[in-house]
Design a binder for this molecule. Structure first.
Ligand SMILES: C=CC1=C(C)c2cc3[nH]c(cc4nc(cc5[nH]c(cc1n2)c(C)c5CCC(=O)O)C(CCC(=O)O)=C4C)c(C)c3C=C
Ligand SMILES: [Fe+2]
Ligand SMILES: [Fe+2]
Length: 347
């Protein structure tokens, strides 16, 4: 077996042209694990409503954060992939779930290098149906249709790994060092509450009141995005020795009218500003790479909301991006994967 690794992120439009944004959003939102309603309803909602208005709006937002080299999410993911490759002795490729850098191209690139076993590594610390699961399903479809000889090994969500928490917490701690702040908000991308129920393998044990997410040992946690976000916050806070009441968790980027995970980030920023918080710091640990949702929604819109209600200082903490320690961490996991398999082979 010749091994290789495929890093996978979400993807971005090819450019900030509304036509490209429409193409990208069409693919993204027609995914049944993102907008999880029957095909006829999804088609009506996405093609009949959302794609008529949102691409123009989103294109303007993308234009505010776009870099000369392209989409920050893509550029930062590419930089990460290069660093991981430099630190690894097997091929490491990068693909996106949506857009032009397809999973098929990523798998083909590895196959062309002689790879026969691919470890997929979704660049999402927490599991969600709309992220990790849709990558897994798409990879399975592609393998069945185009790469029947390829063996696939998956990487589980890494939100609770000590080595990941160390790297994440230290990156946040670096930014907090010497910073005078009243509150640190951990803002995660939201999902509709319905997604949490659908992923509940214990069939209804998740009561959506947050308490189940803190219950010890529940088998449901493996697929509960909310649990995984809450625990990421708890572990980072513990590592950094943050005092209770100086930090909290919220969820951003909701779309549509269904209830999404709460509390909502925009309302939390507003409420805190109104309650007298003057200096706020925000970390966004659901995102490995800075992107539209961190650079525009948080760093621009979030800051505006905070200032409107009397807040003074708003500090956004960068994602892990291509931080050396993060690239090294992924390289270590790749190494571990190989060592484990050598041991198995010897035994
Ligand atoms: C943490 C990972 C993410 C989850 C979970 C997630 C769920 C989810 N997202 C939408 C709708 C949109 N998301 C958009 C952008 C976007 N989403 C993520 C990550 C997660 N999404 C990232 C990294 C980005 C940024 C992409 C970039 O190019 O920078 C967008 C597009 C932008 C916009 O028009 O606002 C939409 C739409 C849903 C419906 C959903 C869960 C069901
Ligand atoms: Fe999203
Ligand atoms: Fe839960």
């Amino acid at each position: 077996m010749s091994k290789g690794v495929l890093l996978v992120n979400l993807g971005s439009p090819d450019s900030t042209d509304p036509k490209d944004v429409k193409k990208y959003l069409g693919e993204f939102l027609m995914d049944e694990r993102v907008i999880d309603v029957p095909l006829w309803a999804r088609t009506l909602l996405v093609k009949g409503i959302i794609l008529n208005t949102r691409p123009k709006q989103s294109a303007k937002a993308y234009a505010k954060i776009w870099w000369d080299e392209g989409s920050p999410l893509i550029v930062l993911s590419e930089r990460l992939q290069k660093k991981v490759q430099e630190k690894s002795n097997i091929p490491v490729a990068l693909a996106m779930r949506y857009g032009s850098m397809t999973l098929k191209k990523g798998l083909q690139e590895l196959v062309d290098k002689g790879v026969t076993e691919v470890k997929t590594l979704p660049l999402y610390p927490q599991f969600a149906m709309a992220t990790t699961e849709t990558i897994d399903v798409k990879v399975d479809e592609l393998v069945a249709a185009h790469f029947p000889q390829l063996k696939i090994t998956r990487t589980p969500a890494f939100y609770h790994r000590k080595d990941y928490i160390k790297v994440l917490a230290e990156s946040i701690g670096e930014k907090l060092k010497g910073l005078d702040y009243d509150h640190l908000l951990f803002s995660y991308h939201g999902v509709p509450e319905r997604h949490i129920r659908k992923s509940d393998i214990t069939n209804g044990n998740c009561k959506m009141n947050g308490k189940c997410c803190f219950k010890k040992g529940s088998e449901q946690h493996e697929f509960c995005y909310r649990h995984q976000c809450e625990i990421t916050t708890v572990n980072v806070a513990k590592y950094l020795g943050l005092k209770n009441g100086t930090y909290s968790t919220s969820f951003q980027s909701r779309l549509g009218f269904d209830p999404w995970l709460q509390p909502y980030t925009d309302r939390t920023i507003e409420r805190m500003g109104k309650a007298g918080v003057k200096k706020m710091a925000i970390a966004t640990p659901a995102f490995v790479s800075d992107c539209l949702e961190t650079l525009e929604e948080i760093a621009m819109e979030g800051e505006e909301i905070f200032h409107e209600v009397g807040g003074k200082e708003f500090t956004t903490i960068p994602c892990l991006n291509d931080r050396d320690e993060f690239a090294q961490l992924i390289a270590n996991w790749i190494e571990e994967w190989q060592v484990v398999n050598i041991d198995t082979a010897i035994a």
